[in-house]
Design a protein around this ligand. Sequence first.
Ligand SMILES: [Zn+2]
Length: 205
Amino acid sequence: MAIILRSPQAQGRAQRAPGIGASEAEYVFGLETRSSLRSPLGVGLDTMRWEIMETHLEWRDWMPSLWEDAMFEVTRELRFCYGHRLLQYDGKCKHLHGHNGRAVLTFAAPSLDQLGMVIDFSKIKKSIGGWIDTNLDHRMILHRDDPILPEFRRLGEPVFLTDVNPTAETIARLIFEHAANEGFPVTQVSLWETDDAYATYRLSK
Ligand SMILES: [Zn+2]
């Protein structure tokens, strides 16, 4: 029987009981209770304030589907500047304006690669960040029917064209689809258009 314990007295570090193999996962329960149970290890655990105490077998019995569906996730943020405007929209966003955008990309995998990673953060930066730098950063992202397009072309200004209004939702989807097409295990992309508003495109759950 494996028991996982954690207590504030142990400085928040999960304690791995002797005898638990390295392949055993550690599970954190949100329960906080004072236990008077006898420690099977004889280390006076009944004097500590417990945050977690359970057996793997009971966990599996309670939450078998969660156990089987457990995944690793990594998240990387990529920043870029862009301009846009919305067609057929009655509001400030119908005018040309810009944003300091933050794309937050999440990737998931049921197991890790040989390096112990879902995906290397630097690979995300180099591949997807590179594509954003080349195609979206410091560019106007415009609907392909935008009547201002001929003028931008005449001036030699770089543009990125979309089939629908270039909203935060559209740009999140654009980045998601690029990442997926490049073979990344992307599950979600959020595009923060401002400090307090973002849109997300993700796999349905
Ligand atoms: Zn905007």
